[in-house]
Every structure is written in structure tokens, then in C-alpha cells.
Design a protein around this ligand. Structure first.
Ligand code: GTB
Length: 214
């Protein structure tokens, strides 16, 4: 049974925005049970954890003699070793992997930049000038993604690991409420969140937060 790591007390207050959610969801989709080792911020920076994750972050994934970090690599590993998250057809499989990269390399950077600014920079004198610039950068990508999705349910035909990553990346826009201007994407995220595997993953991470805070 694989073991993943997650925040003992997630700063997202159980909203399922920390990256362990991506692994939980992928594992639930393929029906693979897993253990979770919860870590405090202090424990994440100790040698035991740094041996697993050179940057002292969550999540990690251990299974037998394999230890992995980076959510993209871990979700790909899960998808490659179980049915259900990558198409069998070689070209469709490569396209699904391209969408995994698109989620993490093209969509997530401006979304994280916006989130970090809203969280950490709101008292700065230049914040009001910077915010629209950051929102505009995200908006360009959301418009492009929305156009691609059009009337489709998922990014490239059947649901895939690309959708696991894309939906979880888009969920990080909750605080900014930017998805409200993109109904196609809001429906796409809602479709992902309605999947039973997502619900199980969400409840599991919420239970950790509830137990930690009483
Ligand atoms: N590229 C790595 C990956 O994809 O696995 C990035 C991993 C990462 O950023 N992990 C974060 C972490 O460990 C937790 S998920 N941070 C602690 C540190 O760097 O010391 C990021 C995250 C944190 C909090 C919220 N939130 O509060 O809403 C959302 C997402």
C-alpha cells in the first residue's frame, strides 16, 4: 500500500487546495488504497523528510523501494501503473500527458502568482497596480482554455490524469473568484468535483483538518 505525505494542519483550512489532494484524487480514481503520513511544517524541513523531498515539501509518495516527489511525476506514476487515468491509444495517451504538463507548466504558474500576491502582498503600496496585471495574465489563459474546452466534458475526450491536474489547478482560483467569468470552466471544475473519487479524496483531506482543529 503506498504512503503519501500531507500537511498535519493545512493552511487551506480543508478546502482541498494543497497538492496532496491531487494524489488522493488520482488514487481514488484508480481504486488504490493508500496511507497518509501527516507532517508539521517543522517535520517537513527535517532530514528524514528531506531525504524524500529535497525541497522539504508535501506531497511525497512511497511504495516499496520507490520514493517520489513532485505531484506531476506522482500522478503520472499512478496513471501508468493502473487503468483509468490514461488512454490505451498511444497518441491519446501522449495528448493526456501533454495536458498534465499544460496544467502544471502553463496554467498553474500565473494562477499561483496571483494567489501568492493576494495572500502575501495585499499590504504593499504597489498591490492595487499589480493585481490587475496578474488577473489579466490568468484571464488570458482561462480564455484560451475555455475556448479549447468548448462544449466538451473533459480536455481530450475521456477523463484523464490531465483533468485531475487541470481541475485541481483551477480550484486554486476559488479566492479570486475568477472562474465566475468563465462558465465553461466553472462547469468543468464542478464536473470534476462531482466525481465520486473526488468527493472521497476531498472528504479524506477535510477529515484531517477537522481532526487537527477540533
Ligand atoms: N512542485 C511541487 C509539487 O507539485 O509537488 C510543489 C509542492 C508544494 O508547493 N507543496 C506545498 C508545500 O509543501 C504544499 S501544496 N509548501 C510548504 C513549503 O514549501 O515549505 C501548496 C499549497 C499550500 C497552501 C495552499 N493553501 O493554503 O491554500 C494551497 C497550496
Amino acid at each position: 500500500m503506498p504512503t503519501i505525505t500531507a500537511f498535519a494542519n493545512s493552511p487551506d483550512r480543508g478546502r482541498g487546495q494543497a497538492r496532496d489532494m491531487r494524489l488522493r484524487w488520482a488514487l481514488e480514481e484508480v481504486g488504490q488504497p493508500y496511507d497518509v503520513r501527516l507532517l508539521s511544517f517543522d517535520q517537513m524541513k527535517q532530514p528524514d523528510h528531506l531525504a524524500l523531498h529535497p525541497f522539504g515539501q508535501i506531497p511525497t509518495y512511497e511504495d516499496g523501494d520507490l520514493a517520489l516527489f513532485e505531484t506531476g511525476a506522482i500522478v503520472l506514476h499512478i496513471a501508468e501503473h493502473h487503468d483509468g487515468l490514461l488512454p490505451k491509444d498511444t497518441n491519446a495517451r501522449s495528448r493526456a500527458i501533454a495536458w498534465m504538463f499544460a496544467a502544471l507548466n502553463t496554467m498553474e504558474p500565473p494562477i499561483v502568482e496571483l494567489g501568492m500576491a493576494m495572500l502575501l502582498e495585499h499590504d504593499e503600496s504597489w498591490y492595487e497596480k499589480r493585481l490587475p496585471i496578474l488577473r489579466n495574465r490568468v484571464g488570458i489563459r482561462l480564455g484560451e482554455l475555455s475556448r479549447h474546452l468548448g462544449g466538451g466534458d473533459w480536455l481530450d475526450g475521456a477523463f484523464s490524469a490531465g483533468d485531475v491536474l487541470m481541475v485541481t489547478v483551477l480550484r486554486r482560483l476559488m479566492t479570486s473568484r475568477m472562474l465566475e467569468d468563465y462558465p465553461t470552466l466553472a462547469s468543468y471544475v464542478a464536473r470534476g468535483e462531482a466525481r465520486p473519487a473526488f468527493r472521497r479524496a476531498f472528504e479524506a483531506q477535510l477529515a484531517v483538518f477537522t481532526a487537527a482543529t477540533g
